[in-house]
Design a protein around this ligand. Structure first.
Ligand SMILES: *[C@@H]1O[C@H](CO)[C@@H](O)[C@H](O)[C@H]1NC(C)=O
Ligand SMILES: *[C@@H]1O[C@H](CO)[C@@H](O)[C@H](O)[C@H]1NC(C)=O
Length: 216
């Protein structure tokens, strides 16, 4: 890789806020993809995750009627974390900057598994909620995003084997309060996982020499 390009990557990663060891990136670690369609999958995914993030506040508003459950209240939501454990809501998989010990394949697999996890959690609460039109639309976008991510995964990996997500949430939704908290915590976690996905996709677009040069 030429030095200028490497420098551009470092500068851009710094701009998007990565702190992982940037110099470890190398084309030899299998992070570059030949598939000419790959950048289209990246772009489609970027549009879909944007749509998902934009829809979360409205979906929260339409399904969560408990006034104490506020989407962006970091301190309140931290206090509710014990409920996530009690309800069997697993945390989202980790996403970080591509590096030798966090390959493109791992990154895509974590995105895919995380999307499936949130989809399963939303599926568990959906039948117990009212006004689910916006939630249904959100779930369709999450599914479509998962399809795009899996196409990328297939481009870097011969066989796609994902860890099935295991959640016992449905059986723990004993009352309306549990349903409300579970829907709330899932949307809160999806929002932060979605923001991680935005960063990861930008990272992937960058190391794969996105045709759109606005980032460089
Ligand atoms: C639900 O979705 C519709 C269509 O996208 C949108 O117009 C509406 O504002 C959403 N509801 C809320 C509460 O945001
Ligand atoms: C909550 O945070 C998200 C992401 O930081 C932001 O897009 C959204 O506008 C915020 N909503 C409110 C009601 O502050």
């Amino acid at each position: 890789m030429n030095t200028l390009f490497a420098l551009a990557i470092v500068v851009n990663m710094a701009r998007v806020g990565y702190s992982a060891p940037l110099m470890e990136y190398s084309g030899e670690t299998g992070q570059l993809v030949e598939d000419p369609e790959f950048h289209i999958f990246v772009e489609n995914s970027q549009n879909l995750i944007k749509k998902v993030l934009e829809a979360i506040p409205g979906t929260h508003k339409s399904c969560i009627h408990s006034e104490t459950l506020i989407l962006n209240s970091t301190t309140e939501n931290r206090k509710l974390q014990y409920m996530a454990t009690n309800l069997g809501i697993p945390s989202a998989p980790t996403l970080k900057a591509l590096a030798e010990d966090f390959t493109l394949e791992t990154c895509l697999r974590h995105m895919s598994e995380g999307l499936q996890l949130h989809q399963d959690l939303l599926k568990a609460v959906q039948p117990r909620l009212a006004n689910t039109e916006n939630l249904t639309a959100l779930m369709t976008d999450i599914r479509d995003l998962g399809i795009q991510i899996n196409k990328m995964l297939r481009a870097v990996q011969a066989e796609v084997t994902l860890q099935p997500t295991v959640t016992s949430l449905a059986s723990r939704l004993t009352g309306d309060y549990q349903v409300q908290v579970a829907a709330h915590l899932t949307l809160v976690q999806l929002q932060s996982f979605g923001q991680d996905i935005v960063r990861s996709l930008r990272n992937i677009a960058l190391v794969n020499g996105d045709r759109d040069d606005s980032g460089l």
